[in-house]
Design a protein around this ligand. Structure first.
Ligand code: GLV
Ligand code: GLV
Length: 324
């Protein structure tokens, strides 16, 4: 008797191959690059033993009820798990797999690219070249901010935060500050990072990089008070989850000159409507949540997602199991 697995989106072939070659699954795929409609998700999970989902699928009580008692493993194609109702999942004895580590390098790299693009105004500069705004070389035109001699504040010095900091260090960053629930001396040692309160990080950083998980404690943490404490010349970058930032407060900080610029790889909602006020600002660079988007990383993630599911449904230890 094959075990039913529901996959909520087209994922790289490498991962699908692991599922099919196992020979123990009846794989039902939402064979599209677009999100599965809610009714199809509820239908798809019914009687499923395993579920492979994405960060854009909200896995709540309604989905768990629709799945019924057959569901034993949820394997998410992400390192973040704020889209999963963890307490309910734990209560039902369902195991969860996720994809830390394999996407750390790609996400850190993208965050550095976004930081540089924002600080040095790359999208604006490219636009000027295309629209005829480039009349001559001008000493005062398109100036931004550099990393050399700067202080960088990392909100959440986990794997990704540390990886970002290590990449920024060779640019000449002289000081790293970080915040989080508790000090992380083993991570901080690699960058001589100083553990400071959030307001001190805001006050003293030239670049603020957000790389923490979205939790009830971090939701809306970068708000009016936070931006008011930042330097007028500071650049804010977020590649974690949009909801860590109060976007209305960010908009006001960007338009009032309270901060210099912001680079966001994550927003609320996703996708951000094309009419959103943030998209009218030259000093705001918005990317469509592409932190882990290299061919190699997405392929590796798909294999890990499949192996997590396979191990979980065999009752074995999973390569990356979320401790619930
Ligand atoms: C991406 O945001 C992820 O959580 O993997
Ligand atoms: C969290 O996203 C981490 O991997 O540090």
């Amino acid at each position: 008797q094959l075990m039913k697995v529901f996959v909520t989106r087209r994922i790289p072939q490498e991962g699908m191959k692991v599922l099919s070659q196992s020979g123990i699954f009846d794989v039902q795929l939402w064979d599209s690059n677009e999100p599965v409609p809610r009714v199809e998700l509820l239908r798809g999970v019914a009687g499923a033993h395993g579920l492979i989902c994405l960060l854009s699928d909200k896995i709540d009580n309604e989905v768990l009820d629709a799945a019924g008692t057959s569901l034993k493993v949820i394997s998410t194609f992400s390192v973040g798990f704020d889209h999963l109702a963890i307490d309910e999942i734990k209560q039902r004895g369902i195991r969860v797999g996720y994809t830390p580590e394999v996407l750390t390098d790609a996400t850190a790299e993208l965050t550095v690219a976004l930081l540089l693009a924002t600080a040095r105004r790359l999208p604006e500069a490219v636009e000027e070249v295309k629209n005829g705004g480039w009349s001559t070389w001008k000493p005062l035109w398109l100036c931004g901010y550099g990393l050399s001699g700067s202080t960088v504040g990392v909100v959440g010095l986990g794997r990704i935060g540390l990886s970002i900091a290590k990449r920024l260090k060779p640019f000449g960053v002289t000081r790293f500050l970080y915040t989080g629930r508790q000090p992380r001396p083993e991570n901080a040692a690699e960058i001589q990072g100083e553990y400071v309160p959030l307001d001190k990080l805001a006050e003293e950083s030239d670049f603020v990089v957000v790389s923490c998980a979205l939790t009830p404690e971090t939701q809306g943490m970068c708000n009016k008070d936070f931006f008011a404490k930042m330097k007028k010349t500071a650049v804010f970058v977020n590649s974690s989850r949009g909801a860590v930032v109060n976007q209305d407060d960010l908009y006001n900080a960007l338009t009032s000159g309270q901060i210099a610029a912001a680079g966001l790889d994550v927003t609320v909602p996703e996708p951000l409507p094309t009419s959103h006020p943030l998209l009218t600002l030259k000093n705001c660079v918005v990317l469509p949540h592409i932190g882990s988007a290299t061919y190699a990383t997405r392929g590796t993630m798909s294999v890990l997602v499949a192996n997590n599911l396979l191990a979980g449904l065999k009752g074995e230890s999973m390569p990356s199991e979320l401790k619930l």
